[in-house]
Structures are given as structure tokens and as C-alpha cells.
Design a protein around this ligand. Structure first.
Ligand SMILES: [Zn+2]
Length: 280
């Protein structure tokens, strides 16, 4: 069975290694040595050439001892900051930091049990199919390790990513695709008291466009939102520039495209009606 004490020790040991994105090499080395001791074949890809980090992704392979679907399991090495000088507090059966730093459970709370499970599999002799660990770098800064993964090293076509939020035990089996829109609206400045008719208000273009957009919940798998609007400098100036950030998400790529097109259309329409310009 699992050795819970050993699992906790190793989890804490991993948390104590400070691993901001692009600085994961120390922990990668530690994990690689442990997996190699257990007989897994370890390869590091060259993702760091693209990420600018000090290590590539680690791909470890445990050969099959029985006929079964090849599986991969994935976690990431890096954590958000701040992490240096971590002080671990154990209380009521919980492991946490003292509050001055993060603990690093994301994603070491995924990786530690994974390594424990591999150790159990190897030492117990329980039969298993091909298992690959795809342990990535620089996840917190935009999934850079995963994006630059050398996929030729991953033979398993099905797998599990151990990296999600509470409640404990939840499984995420589908995720929406998301488009983020950065929108620049250009009007024309004018003194609002003397000659407002010479101006083209970027704020009015934005307002008109938003009024004509379907936003919020579009259907059971599609949502859209305008989240940030910036613009304007004084009440007596017809506002010449507005920048907006919006997003659309859908589990259906076709619907996502449609929603983004709809938002783009509302913007260009409103801009054209007032003689302004918009760039999405
Ligand atoms: Zn994570």
C-alpha cells in the first residue's frame, strides 16, 4: 500500500525546492534521479530552448509488464511565487506554509503522489501497461513547457493531468477553448465644450458596440464577457481612444468562432456608423 509518511516527507522535500517558472532544473534533477533509481527511462526534451528556462520537460517511461492501454500522467514542476524561505507548518493533519510564502502544492501535490504511486507499482510488482510521466516546466507562465513539448517522446495516447483545484477528487474532462480579444477603438479628439461635433467619441463607439453584443451566458457551452475598458482623460475632451479586453469561451470551436465574429461585427459596425475605427 501507499506509504503515507513517506509521501508527506517527499511532498515537503519537493516544496522546499524553490521552483519559479524557468528555474526548475534543481527539482527536475531530484525527480529524475528518483525515477531512474526505480528503473524508469528518463529523457529531457529541449523545450527550454523556447522557454528560456534552465530545464526542458522530463519524460519518464516505465515499460509495460502486462497488456493494457498505455497511459501518461502529467504534472508541472514550477510554482507561482513567492516561494523562497518556505516554512512548513503541520497542523491538524494538514501541511501548509506559515503564510509568508506559498506552499507550492500546485503542482507538487500532484507530483508527489504520482511518484509514490510509481514507487508502489515498481516495488509491489503489480502488473501494469506502459506508463509515461510527462512532467512539464513553466506551466504557470502560459503552459510554455506543454506548448513546446517534444511529443515524439510520448507514446501513450491517453492520460491524466494531476493539476486541478478543489474539491478533492474532482475530475475535469472537458475544458472550453477561449479567445481573448484586445480591442483598440479610435475616434477623434475635440473640445467637448466648444466644438463637440468635430469629435468622434471612442467611448460612445464602445458603448454602442457593447449594447449590441450578446454577452454573458450565450448557451450551455458558450460564454462571453467584456472585462476591461480603459479610455478618456478629461470630461471636456471627446475621448479619442478606448482599449477594451473581452473574451469568449466555448466547448464548441464553431460556436466560439461565431461568437467572436459577432463581437467583432458589433464593434466594426458601431465604429463605421460614427466614423471611427476599430482594431480587434
Ligand atoms: Zn498547476
Amino acid at each position: 500500500m501507499f506509504d503515507v509518511g513517506r509521501l508527506a516527507d517527499r511532498f515537503i522535500e519537493m516544496c522546499r525546492v524553490n521552483t519559479p517558472a524557468r528555474r526548475e532544473a534543481e527539482l527536475v534533477g531530484l525527480v529524475q534521479a528518483r525515477l531512474e533509481r526505480l528503473g524508469l527511462e528518463c529523457v529531457r526534451d529541449e523545450a527550454n530552448a523556447a522557454t528560456g528556462g534552465d530545464s526542458g520537460n522530463l519524460i519518464a517511461t516505465l515499460p509495460a509488464t502486462a497488456e493494457a492501454l498505455p497511459l501518461f500522467f502529467s504534472c508541472h514542476f514550477d510554482t507561482v511565487e513567492p516561494n523562497p524561505g518556505l516554512k512548513v507548518v503541520m497542523e491538524d493533519g494538514l501541511i501548509r506554509s506559515d503564510g509568508s510564502t506559498i506552499l507550492g502544492a500546485d503542482d507538487k501535490a500532484g507530483m508527489a503522489p504520482l511518484l509514490e504511486a510509481i514507487e508502489y507499482l515498481v516495488t509491489s510488482g503489480e502488473p501494469h501497461g506502459l506508463i509515461q510521466l510527462v512532467l512539464t516546466v513553466s506551466e504557470e507562465v502560459g503552459l510554455l513547457g506543454a506548448h513546446n513539448l517534444d511529443r515524439s517522446l510520448v507514446r501513450a495516447r491517453h492520460g491524466y493531468v494531476l493539476d486541478t483545484g478543489p474539491p478533492v477528487g474532482s475530475i475535469v474532462y472537458t475544458a472550453p477553448t477561449q479567445d481573448t480579444l484586445e480591442i483598440a477603438i479610435e475616434g477623434r479628439p475635440a473640445h467637448a465644450g466648444f466644438e463637440p461635433e468635430r469629435g468622434i467619441s471612442a467611448i460612445e463607439i464602445a458603448a454602442d458596440a457593447i449594447v449590441h453584443m450578446h454577452l454573458g451566458r450565450i448557451d450551455h457551452e458558450t460564454t462571453a464577457n467584456v472585462g476591461i475598458i480603459q479610455g478618456g482623460s478629461a470630461t471636456n475632451v471627446v475621448c479619442p481612444h478606448v482599449t477594451m479586453w473581452a473574451e469568449a469561451r466555448s466547448r464548441n470551436p464553431e460556436k466560439l468562432r461565431f461568437q467572436v465574429e459577432h463581437m467583432r461585427f458589433a464593434l466594426t459596425n458601431s465604429a463605421a456608423a460614427r466614423g471611427g475605427r476599430v482594431q480587434v
